[in-house]
Design a protein around this ligand. Structure first.
Ligand SMILES: [Zn+2]
Length: 467
């Protein structure tokens, strides 16, 4: 046998073995042993996957024989997660994934790094040895992604009573477990809600839900001003999770409800609003326990990335582009982002504010909002005291945008008293109202400052003319 022939046959055998091992190797998935209280959505969220229908259905498919009749998990059983394991190619992630799609490569790479960082992917199985791939990233393109919500129930909404009385002491004992908001949805609504910019038609804003979609103007105090409203987290990322009377409290759901209420108020007062994160399933909800399903999308209809860095970048890109686009016509443009903080201890914290260092108008906006919230607390709960702070913080959203931006934390989602600030619909409404009053106050200050500046300018011009 010639040298070449030998080399060739070795090559053929090698290719055969390689192909064969690829063909015969059964699909491997990341596995977990179910603990008491585990549920499909809980595991998905833990592994940083969206708890949406795609992943839930995949989970069911992969574990058909190990689920009870309600798709519940059985303690002690081993479950396949919808995360495929591939042996890492020495040539890197793109080769392993057999893709040239850069975004996909980054998404999968970051996903693996994230799981390593939070300790879910063992260090010994790092990127050099194996690659974990969320199933959505393995799907061939022609396969449709199912986003239908299973059996949505209709809920009739009580007429909204706008109260200014955020009273955290009262009603504490009245909380029952029945008052759970359900997803209201219809296909029609879903389509119409998430448009390119979600511009309303005839004062109809489907984003608020059927009962509240019509917004009737009550003042023009915010006319000409544009507000970018961001509810923290969403989509694959529920944010911090608290617990109350056996119910999980997802940060995003409460931030979203308050942001919607604030936005509606702004529109009532003549301002224009862009909701950066939108959920076609949920309008303004009155329940105490708002159920999350990870179905949020971005204002332009894009899915929210599973990777935090990309997730935040998506938002700042959207905002920056719109700010640029609206520059000429807007009297002012501002951003408000809402979160619920989570502390390791369950200390109480008052509503507090961050602004971007060096952004004077952002700082002044944050101070105005804080002042107004203080006035409201003092009025509604004399003697309570309110100690919400205004400070700077080097946060991505603040750093990567340049408009006046206030980042608000509403309280500690782990503290039972703070929780009451969010689980009571009247309190959520009051926070929305108060923040809107703060924005109106800020708009007034800005107007009078502009006037003063104009007077000053006139004086200076006069002076220099006289000289
Ligand atoms: Zn947060």
């Amino acid at each position: 046998m010639s040298k070449y022939l030998r080399a060739f046959s070795v090559f053929v055998i090698a290719v055969f073995i390689l192909n064969n091992s690829l063909l015969s190797a059964p699909s491997r998935y990341v596995q977990v042993k179910a603990k008491a209280g585990d549920a499909i959505s809980k595991l998905l969220v833990k592994y940083k996957l969206p708890a949406d229908d795609f992943y839930s259905e995949k989970f069911v498919e992969l574990n058909e024989n190990n689920l009870d009749k309600n798709n519940g998990l059985i303690k002690g059983k081993i479950y396949n997660l919808p995360i495929k394991i591939l042996k890492m190619s020495p040539k890197g992630v793109a080769t392993t994934l057999k893709t040239k799609n850069k975004e996909k490569v980054i998404t999968v790479e970051d996903y693996n790094k994230l799981l390593e960082k939070i300790g879910l992917k063992p260090k010994g199985k790092g990127l050099k040895t194996e690659l974990w791939i969320p199933l959505k990233q393995v799907q061939v393109q022609s396969e449709p992604v199912v986003t239908e919500i299973i059996a949505p129930k209709k809920k009739s909404y009580k007429k909204e009573i706008l109260t200014d009385n955020s009273d955290e002491k009262s009603n504490e004992g009245l909380i029952d477990n029945e008052n759970i908001s359900e997803h209201k949805s219809s296909k029609k609504q879903k389509k119409s809600k998430i448009g390119k910019e979600n511009l309303p038609k005839n004062g109809i804003y489907p984003i608020f839900g059927k009962e509240l979609e019509k917004v009737i103007p009550i003042s023009s105090a915010l006319k000409g001003n544009i507000y970018y409203l961001i509810s923290g987290h969403g989509g694959p990322d529920p944010g911090a999770i608290g617990n109350r009377s056996g119910h999980d409290l997802w940060e995003h759901e409460y931030a979203y409800d308050v942001i919607l209420r604030l936005g509606r108020k702004i529109i009532e007062n003549g301002g224009q609003v862009y909701f950066i994160v939108q959920d076609a399933e949920d309008g303004i909800r009155d329940g105490q326990y708002l159920i999350g399903n990870g179905s949020e999308k971005l204002l332009n209809g894009d899915s929210i990335s599973e990777v935090q860095k990309i997730r935040l970048r998506q938002r700042t890109n959207l905002i920056n582009n719109l700010v640029q686009k609206n520059k000429a016509r807007a009297k002012s443009q501002q951003a408000v982002e809402i979160h619920l903080d989570s502390r390791i201890t369950n200390e109480r914290i008052d509503i507090f504010f961050y602004f971007k260092q060096g952004n004077d108008r952002g700082e002044s906006l944050a101070n105005t909002l804080q002042k107004v919230v203080k006035i409201k607390y003092d009025k509604n709960q004399p003697g309570r005291g309110y100690h919400g702070t205004v400070t700077t913080r080097n946060l991505f959203m603040l750093r990567e945008t340049s408009l006046p931006f206030v980042f608000i934390e509403l309280g500690n989602i782990k503290n039972p008293n703070d929780q009451y600030r969010f689980v009571d619909k009247n309190n959520r409404q009051a926070i929305g109202n108060w923040l809107c009053d703060g924005l109106i106050e800020a708009a007034k200050t800005q107007k009078s400052k502009l006037k003063k500046d104009l007077v000053k300018l006139k004086k200076i011009t006069k002076k220099s003319n006289n000289q």
